[in-house]
Design a protein around this ligand. Structure first.
Ligand SMILES: Cc1cc2nc3c(=O)[nH]c(=O)nc-3n(C[C@H](O)[C@H](O)[C@H](O)COP(=O)(O)OP(=O)(O)OC[C@H]3O[C@@H](n4cnc5c(N)ncnc54)[C@H](O)[C@@H]3O)c2cc1C
Length: 366
């Protein structure tokens, strides 16, 4: 667990809880470095495997697949000098009854008074609890993801491929000439209520779920590095909650998975977290002068609150649309009823006629 306080040139009192993608994504100029860490995948193949039919849909858009660890390292390297980082968990957030500004309690017994708190502490966010957002909902789906490395190079084309058979989706995305990322999404069996932590069991479950898929996929999983295998029960925030909810109390707000955890079906959760960081920082910088952060008082507090309010307004519809699309994709994977599937497919075709539309969003410059 990481807790970071970012000290910008003149901002010394913004506390960012969480050192994941969202928490670290407060720097610009990282995009060019990100592009150097992986080669571009120009095409997405979507393949539906069904008894008797094999449908292919090719989507032409550029994707970059990165190792999460590399992304976090690049973001951490880009943090400005003066950033204070604590390897310490936040236990709770409270409002100081005298100043009305928030304070956070750390696991080392210390507490920090802050002018602004942004909770980037993921889907089980402590800051979201303070905002009374309630726990995220659960899909009846799990996802296994892993990396397979080939010291002599792999033979896979520089393309992303996603295959679906029944309620199981398997995808493969080469990162470099020697490294391939893959994931499998499948319904959660009743017996899976307690998900296995043993990597060998996870690997076996991944291979078993690939019955009927081309053998190349099973071999890819056979070759994976068991230390880099992850199994998650998939969580989400409902789009209707995001539409009506208030993600702010005074000068405290949330971003990233803490605000909008979504199924990984579009691969947009992390990207949306980086967008949050850009929009949050832009609104803060536009609405406030350096003095506003250094001074107290009701007037200054109001200015910060307005900046956060503007950030949330700017993000709302983008997040509602993304979570609607991921929610419907998740429900589609969960359902066994053909009628229900057809209805969901029709709704998706009406609402998201451009299947790659979510990639064209521009959150604008910082
Ligand atoms: C299977 C799967 C595949 C995915 N694929 C993609 C993809 O292809 N593309 C994409 O863009 N997104 C993808 N995502 C989503 C992406 O991983 C998340 O949206 C992203 O990691 C969110 O970043 P975050 O910083 O908000 O949260 P997190 O990455 O969860 O980071 C939260 C951080 O907060 C810390 N923390 C938590 N509680 C506390 C506390 N109390 N005190 C201090 N620190 C705390 C944690 O230790 C962690 O460092 C995928 C997700 C899953 C599950």
């Amino acid at each position: 667990m990481v807790h970071a306080i970012l000290k910008f040139k003149y901002i010394s009192t913004i506390v960012i809880v969480g050192g994941g993608i969202c928490g670290l994504a407060n720097q610009l100029g990282v995009a060019s470095q990100l592009r150097q860490s992986a080669f571009p995948l120009k095409r997405w193949w979507n393949i539906l495997i069904d008894e008797g039919k094999h449908q292919e849909l090719i989507l032409n858009y550029e994707t970059h697949c990165l190792k999460r660890r590399d992304l976090l390292q690049i973001l951490a390297d880009a943090l400005p000098p003066g950033t204070i980082r604590f390897g310490c968990q936040v236990l709770s957030v409270n409002l100081d009854t005298h100043t009305n500004y928030p304070t956070i309690q750390l696991c080392n017994g210390k507490s920090i008074n802050a002018k602004v708190i942004i909770g980037c502490d993921g889907s089980r966010s402590m800051v979201a609890d303070f905002l009374e957002l309630g726990p995220p909902r659960m899909f009846a789906l799990s996802s296994i993801r892993g990396l397979s490395s080939y010291s002599n190079g792999h033979q896979f084309p520089h393309e992303a491929i996603r295959m679906r058979r029944g309620n199981v989706v398997a995808a493969r995305l080469p990162i470099t000439d020697t490294l391939v990322y893959w994931f499998i999404t499948q319904p959660l069996a009743r017996s899976d209520a307690k998900l296995p932590h043993d990597p060998e069991l996870i690997k076996r479950s991944a291979i078993e779920s690939l019955d009927g898929f081309p053998s190349g996929f099973k071999e890819l999983i056979d070759d994976c590095d068991v230390d880099l295998l992850f199994l998650n029960h998939l969580r989400y925030r409902a789009p209707w909650d995001l539409l009506v909810r208030r993600d702010q109390k005074g000068t405290v707000t949330v971003a990233g998975d803490a605000m909008h955890v979504m199924g990984p079906f579009l691969g947009q959760g992390g990207s949306a977290s980086i967008e949050d960081a850009v929009v949050f920082a832009r609104n803060l910088a536009q609405k406030m002068s350096p003095e506003d952060l250094h001074q107290c008082g009701k007037g200054k507090q109001k200015i910060i609150e307005n900046a956060i309010d503007q950030y949330l307004k700017e993000r709302r519809m983008r997040l509602v649309l993304l979570s609607t699309q991921t929610y419907l994709s998740g429900i589609l994977l969960e359902t066994v009823s053909k009628v229900r599937s057809s209805i969901i497919n029709i709704i998706m075709r009406i609402l998201f006629s451009d299947r790659t539309g979510h990639n064209k969003y521009d959150c604008r410059q910082l």
